[in-house]
Design a protein around this ligand. Structure first.
Ligand code: UDP
Length: 194
């Protein structure tokens, strides 16, 4: 179920609990699944980022990540009543990864933030495999980043480079990464690290 937001940007009328309930079923399918936050900032700048708009419109899950989207949808036929915060979804995906023995990869944030985020995730979800991580200021080339991800065989990749870097990176590279789940998570690693 989708509604049109603004400037040709689509957003799904889904709640966090819809997503959580669908994960066991999704996991039986080949994927990949792209969980992408649609926030008002992206809508406002849609004209400047046509490749990101295409990517979002083709994402399997366009997440209503903003109260502005909830408000706009109230004037439309298919209403969204609940905001899905990207970080809340990330916590749910981490919980799923933990219970279903999935390997995760974190890409983004400052090196010390990333390190603290990995430590906190390993503490909160004991036994969860953080297959690898690369900070968001790395000197590695884009191809090297993809190669490092694939070498670590992740099931889930979280990209925290901020808008629009993370969407642009995902649009360009996610198909080359052999993972099943991808999420753009903005400043989530900073929150998790703290
Ligand atoms: N970030 C990064 N590389 C960059 C720029 C930003 O890894 O070249 C990270 C930054 O360290 C932070 C996250 O992206 O962890 C979100 O950054 P910011 O708050 O600037 O983005 P916004 O929340 O506005 O999307």
């Amino acid at each position: 179920m989708t509604i049109e937001y603004i400037n040709g940007l689509e957003v799904d009328a889904i709640t966090l609990s819809d997503i959580v309930q669908s994960l066991p079923e999704l996991d039986k399918q080949p994927g990949p699944f792209t969980f992408i936050s649609v926030n008002p900032q992206i809508g406002l700048h849609a004209d400047e980022y046509p490749e990101i708009v295409d990517f979002i419109n083709q994402a399997t899950h366009r997440i209503p990540d903003g109260i502005g989207i909830v408000k706009v949808s109230q004037q439309q036929e298919k209403k969204i009543n609940e905001r899905v915060a990207g970080i809340e979804l990330m916590y749910e995906l981490l919980t799923f990864a933990h219970t279903h023995h999935k390997r995760i990869f974190l890409y983004g944030a400052k090196p010390e933030v990333l390190e603290a985020a990995v430590t906190n995730i390993e503490k909160t979800y004991p036994g969860l495999t953080v297959a690898g991580s690369i900070d968001g200021y790395t000197k590695l080339s884009e191809d090297e980043i993809v190669a490092e991800m694939n070498a670590s065989q992740p099931d889930m990749v979280f990209v925290a480079l901020g808008f629009p870097r993370q969407e642009r990176w995902l649009a360009k590279h996610y198909q080359a990464v052999e993972a099943k789940y991808f999420q753009d998570v903005g400043g989530a690693f900073d929150v998790i690290s703290g």
